[in-house]
Design a protein around this ligand. Structure first.
Ligand code: CTP
Length: 413
């Protein structure tokens, strides 16, 4: 079945903002890959390609780069690629690794854990789910070696789409044709949907705050901070991926809305508190927003003009503390309240003091002396059991690790 134009919206919602690492190995079905990339991108997914040497016999890196809108990675020993994006990161900064087409050769290498090029190295180094779309001659598909490799891969939890039956490029007829593009899209959609429905946080609701707040001085000026919202948004996405029903209340950011999350956009701390209160009740609260501690007491509705020699004095008043408000004891207190502590010195001590002062269960303390806005984070998770110092991780990895800790805690208690 050929895919003409966009298919119904459910694919769009589930695949939007998903990062797919697409490994293209060398089979004739690689000619379908440009269409696959187009369809995935139409649904809002980000596609990054790894092209094997034999894959490049069927499809050019240039066409994959043009369609994916990203660099195509080919060489395990490329010094530029390794300094910009190591093969480990390449395989981890994705939500799923899709091998399409997956030849008998790459399936065999995967089964045996071989890593002799960038594609197989990324497959061995990944901690993400992997899906294969096999494509090969019917005899190769039915060969005991391929079937044994397939059994090994399925046993390890690898997902599969296809292959289908039909005429083959080699002239034979039978099983081994790569699944149609529409079926691969549907399989990815089904994967993300089922993970949400059966995840360890299904049935739980969560509120996440993210981003900075903007506190107006007058209609054109405001006080803000350098928070990017990357960490908060990644946490919302990670909780949703484990099945939680997530509301994200965010100050102004450039971050895209995470897929399947209800987003409420706010500007000020007061609006953020109102939105959080309106989202009650929820089981889990994660306050990752860099809420401005103060707002301008007498912000004006008309622009302050530059009159006279004396600059205007701003008088500040304290903003409500959203974390402390949510963590206050009471019947609608969430089961687990987690705050962040952005510190420039004595990170663990200050984080522990904040945990007590704000009555929250956990604090994620991080050193912000190098500034906000980067892609990685070095954090300490402070709980009643003490501080657990994590290695420097991407913000996405911090989010996934935190979401897993939350799921373990919720399912234990
Ligand atoms: N927070 C909040 N509302 C505020 C201020 C902070 O919800 N008005 C939350 C943040 O989202 C974060 C935690 O409180 O989870 C700690 O924020 P941080 O800025 O590190 O601490 P402050 O309380 O502002 O203390 P200080 O700036 O003095 O370190």
């Amino acid at each position: 079945m050929a895919l003409e134009g966009p298919v119904p919206g459910r694919h769009k919602i589930v695949l939007e903002n998903r990062r797919i690492l697409l490994i293209v190995s060398g089979g004739i079905a690689a000619v379908k890959v440009p269409d696959l990339i187009r369809r995935l991108r139409e649904r809002g997914a980000a596609v990054r390609c790894v092209l094997t040497e034999s894959g490049a016999q069927f499809v050019t890196p240039m066409s994959l780069a043009a369609l994916s809108g990203d660099k195509v990675f080919q060489d395990l020993f490329s010094l530029t690629d390794e300094s910009e994006m190591g093969h480990i990161n390449l395989s981890r900064e994705a939500d799923i690794v899709l091998v399409a087409p997956a030849t008998a050769n790459i399936m065999a290498k995967m089964a045996y854990g071989m890593a002799d090029d960038l594609a197989t190295t990324a497959l061995l180094a990944t901690d993400k789910p992997v899906m294969i779309a096999p494509s090969m001659n019917v005899m190769m598909w039915e060969h005991a070696a391929t079937q044994a490799n397939l059994a090994t891969l399925l046993d390890r939890g690898i997902h599969i789409v296809g292959p289908g039956a039909g005429d083959m490029a080699c002239g034979e007829v039978g099983n081994g044709r790569m699944a149609e593009v529409a079926d691969i899209v549907a399989a990815l959609d089904g994967f993300f949907k089922s993970r949400r429905e059966h995840g360890p946080l299904s049935g739980q609701s969560a509120l996440v705050t993210s981003g900075p707040t903007h506190e107006p001085i007058d209609p054109v000026r405001y006080i803000a901070n350098r928070s990017s919202g990357k960490q908060g948004h990644a946490i919302a996405a990670a909780l949703a991926d484990l099945g939680a029903k997530v509301t994200l209340v965010s100050g102004p950011t450039q971050e895209p809305d995470p897929a399947g999350v209800t987003v409420t956009a706010v500007e000020t701390a007061e609006q953020m508190l109102t939105a959080c209160t309106a989202a009650k009740p929820f089981d889990i609260a994660v306050c990752a927003a860099a809420v401005a501690d103060w707002r301008v007491a007498d912000s004006t509705t008309s622009k302050i003009k530059k009159t006279g020699d004396t600059p205007p004095a701003l008088s500040l008043t304290e903003n409500p503390d959203i974390l402390a408000t949510l963590a206050k004891a009471g019947k609608d207190r969430p089961h687990l309240v987690i705050g962040f502590a952005a510190e420039t010195e004595n990170v663990i001590d200050n984080g522990s003091a904040k945990r007590n002062a704000k009555n929250c269960d956990w604090i994620v303390a991080n050193d912000v002396s190098a500034g906000f806005g980067g892609d990685s984070n070095t954090v300490h998770l402070i709980t009643e059991d003490g501080a657990d110092s994590w290695p420097t991780l991407s913000k996405q990895a911090v989010a996934e690790r935190l979401a897993t800790h939350i799921a373990d805690h919720i399912n234990k208690s």
